[in-house]
Design a binder for this molecule. Structure first.
Ligand code: NDP
Length: 336
């Protein structure tokens, strides 16, 4: 059922419409997504009496729940696991009254205020302001072995997990700017970094390519397609096919301690695309220096609008901005 479709004017549909309307919940501030950006927005919004309701999304806690140790978030001198940190953020948001709910926002209508959001294809919520914090999802190759070692030898975030591979040998897969950026970061920590590129050339910018070629402990393996991450309890190697589909196709194995994905991220912005301006990759466009989108009253924070920094702390900072922008917006309407 399309919950946003106007209903025909007849007695039967009037009745349905009444029923549907009576089920519509009205809230002041709706936050979609529960990573560091969403929870920080919730903490600020709750403390500002905006009574935020948070729809957690498909992966409560966001990408950090798939990370083991987080050592670069200020305030945790001994480090903390990703899931534990997200539990702390949730508890902090709830302490000030955030209503955190299971469920996924499946449809939105931002054409008029109050904004309409459908949760799990059934419940409809109307909100005076919406804060989007739906994050981005790292792309994986889809290998079974990648899943097996996920979080213990396989990572999609060099800045988060590179430290654990100090002095070791690692591989980064991908031929774009992300892969080279991850590889050069890792090269500062690791003994050796392989960049595994499926084609015979990089897609990355010339400047980034030069960085890769000029870093002595980076070796670029062009024309290599990973087929298996190997090891027993920990990652010990990578199996690849060289020149796949060509007459000289053959298997190549290298020894590595860690395998990093650098094949890009997908911002979780699909359901907003009808209403919000997105960039060519799908990131929500915000007015620089703010969390404002092209729709007044809809704000975006965290990785769904950030293709550059993508850190928990930058996401948290932008979540704070979104709550402050939302509060000011409500104030300007006299609704707060
Ligand atoms: P890109 O889409 O630019 O590159 C993805 C890379 O991953 C390509 O080389 C692609 O190979 C490869 N790839 C994709 N799927 C697979 C697969 N299944 N197996 C093997 N390889 C695969 O993504 P990026 O994240 O690198 O960049 C996204 C955008 O962000 C770009 O515009 C980039 O310029 C920008 N960016 C800029 C940075 C900077 O300037 N510092 C840093 C990071 C990103 P193929 O080429 O064969 O398709």
């Amino acid at each position: 059922m399309n919950l946003f479709k106007p209903m025909n004017i007849n007695k039967e549909s009037d009745k349905k419409s009444e029923n549907l309307n009576s089920n519509i919940e009205k809230v002041k501030c709706l936050i979609i997504g529960s990573g560091p950006a969403g929870y920080t927005a919730a903490i600020y919004a709750a403390r500002a009496n905006m009574a935020p309701v948070m729809i957690q999304g498909m992966e409560p806690g966001g990408q950090l729940t798939t990370t083991t140790e987080v050592e670069n978030f200020p305030g945790y001198p001994q480090g903390i696991t990703g899931p534990a940190m997200m539990e702390d953020l949730k508890a902090q948001a709830e302490r000030f009254g955030t209503d955190v709910r299971w469920g996924e926002a499946t449809k939105v209508d931002f054409s008029n205020r109050p904004f309409k959001v459908v949760v799990d294809d059934k419940e409809q919520i109307e909100a005076d302001v919406v804060i989007i914090a739906t994050g981005a999802t790292a792309k994986y190759l889809g290998l079974e072995s990648e899943q097996k070692f996920h979080g213990s030898g396989v990572s999609a975030c060099a800045t988060c997990d590179g430290f654990f591979y100090k002095g070791k040998e690692v591989a980064v897969v991908g031929g774009g700017d992300s892969a080279i950026e991850e590889a050069t970061y890792l090269a500062g920590l690791c003994k050796k970094v392989y960049i595994v590129v499926r084609k015979d050339y990089f897609r990355a910018s010339k400047a980034m390519q030069n960085r890769a070629f000029n870093t002595p402990n980076i070796e670029v393996l062009f024309g290599h397609t990973p087929t298996e991450v190997t090891g027993d309890n920990v990652v010990t190697g990578l199996t690849m096919i060289k020149n796949q589909g060509k007459p000289d196709e053959h298997e190549v194995k290298i020894k590595i301690d860690g395998f990093f994905l650098g094949i890009g991220h997908t911002p979780n912005s699909q359901i907003f695309k009808e209403f919000l301006e997105l960039d060519e990759v799908g990131y929500v466009k915000t007015i620089p220096g703010t969390s404002k989108t092209n729709v007044d009253g809809v704000f975006a924070c965290g990785d769904v609008q950030d293709s550059i920094y993508r850190q928990a702390i930058t996401a948290a900072g932008s979540g704070c901005m979104a709550a402050l922008d939302a509060e000011r917006f409500l104030g300007s309407l006299g609704a707060h």
